[in-house]
Design a protein around this ligand. Structure first.
Ligand SMILES: Cc1ncc(COP(=O)(O)O)c(C=O)c1O
Length: 384
């Protein structure tokens, strides 16, 4: 079955008793047992809930993994995965990454003895160099990275990790399984902020983890049940509803993004455009090999940082907000929003500077979006 069909059929007719097309929302905390030592398979909704169970199965199938797990947010999913490690362990993480991941590592996990090295995971030699034998337990990768869209060769990183007995974890939020299936490339664990493309409508927070083998399924299952940051039944249903249109949304958003990238690349006030679909992007070839597309996230740098505030204040159709992946186009200022918790010197080192703007392109008419950007970027030298 092709992924478009899988997506459209997410949660279809899961209630065999009624034949309901849409998955029922089982808004219950607990379940009656028919008798002592007799169970329906459901006991308590932190452990298992039929609505969440459908979503988890759908995500496992889409990512071609063994088991899926749905959490209350992307950060709850990341936290559950990080709980696989113990005090004294070391992990390597993409140096250009979502600021919240950096924050949880530095402010929470560090105090419990998990050490982290941030590295440009697109440079294999650097990754190899930073492995601490016996201590490094995992590499956590965003590809493309947030917000600079660096691409890591996932096959190569998997083979390096395997040689060194290290686990690979990919945050697949920007791509979704529609465009990229890291488990197929040998990655061990995939995670998502389901808040983004999977949900797709900026109306639900969620996180997803999918594991490739039973070893990690059992461990994540234990962590999910024992720590309890599960996704509720209503939100699980919203996720199933969003997932059904993922292919359509992704195609349109990606198409719009390509056109905006072409327009921005010609604009004299724009210094650089970061999008892996640009043939001159250093990751273009790798992305073409390991993914089915380039996605709908892009960043650009303007000639003068003073212009950023003006652009953001002037946009009328595009909305200034954090987050990404929804049907509405959002403009984000990484230094003040998503990456505000990363120290300025580290941001400067990786290039997340005051002149950088990130766009999450939606499904609107692309000409409206370009016209909006055009009037916001403005004309004349006075803004430069
Ligand atoms: C790539 C990436 N991973 C994880 C997260 C965290 O997800 P959530 O906001 O759902 O907790 C985000 C949020 O922006 C993100 O962009």
């Amino acid at each position: 079955m092709k992924i478009e069909t899988q997506l459209a059929h997410a949660g279809l007719c899961t209630d065999r008793n009624t034949g309901a097309i849409s998955t029922p929302i089982h808004q219950t905390a607990t379940f009656r047992h028919p008798a002592v030592d007799v169970s329906t398979g459901y006991d308590y909704s932190r452990t298992i809930n039929p609505t969440r169970q459908v979503l988890e199965k759908v995500m496992a199938e889409l990512e071609k993994g063994e088991r899926g797990f749905a959490f209350a947010s992307g950060m709850a999913a990341i936290t559950a995965v990080l709980m696989l490690f113990a005090s004294g362990d070391h992990i390597m993480v993409s140096n250009d990454l979502y600021g919240g991941t950096y924050r949880v590592l530095e402010k929470s996990f560090k105090q419990w003895g998990l050490s982290t090295t941030y590295v440009n995971t697109s440079r294999l030699a650097e990754v190899q160099e930073k492995i601490i034998p016996g201590k490094t337990k995992a590499i956590l990768i965003e590809s493309p990275t947030n917000p600079l869209m660096n691409i890591t060769d996932l096959r190569k990183i998997v083979s390096l990790a395997t040689e060194n007995g290290i686990l690979t974890i990919v945050d697949n939020t920007f791509m979704t399984p529609y465009l990229q299936q890291p488990l197929e490339l040998g990655v061990d664990i995939v995670l998502h902020s389901g808040t983004k493309y999977l949900g797709g409508h900026n109306d639900v927070l969620s996180g997803i983890v999918v594991t490739r083998s039973s070893e990690f399924s059992d461990k994540i299952g234990f962590i999910q049940n024992s720590t309890g940051a599960i996704l509720g039944p209503q939100d699980s249903w919203l996720m199933l509803r969003g997932i059904k249109t993922l292919a359509l949304r992704m195609e349109k958003q990606q198409q719009n993004a390509g056109k905006i990238v072409a327009w921005l690349s010609q604009n004299p006030k724009v210094k650089n455009v970061y999008y892996p679909g640009l043939p001159e992007h250093p990751g273009f070839e790798i992305q073409s090999r390991q993914s089915r597309g380039f996605g709908a996230m892009l960043s650009f740098r303007v000639q003068n940082a003073n212009l950023v505030t003006k652009i953001i204040n002037r946009v009328k159709i595009i909305t200034y907000a954090e987050s990404l992946g929804g049907v509405e186009t959002l403009i984000t200022y990484p230094v003040k929003q998503t990456h505000g918790d990363i120290p300025p010197e580290i941001r400067a080192e990786i290039g997340v500077t005051e002149d950088l703007i990130r766009l999450s392109v939606g499904i609107e008419d692309v000409n409206d979006l370009i016209e909006d950007l055009d009037q916001a970027i403005g004309e004349g030298e006075k803004d430069i």
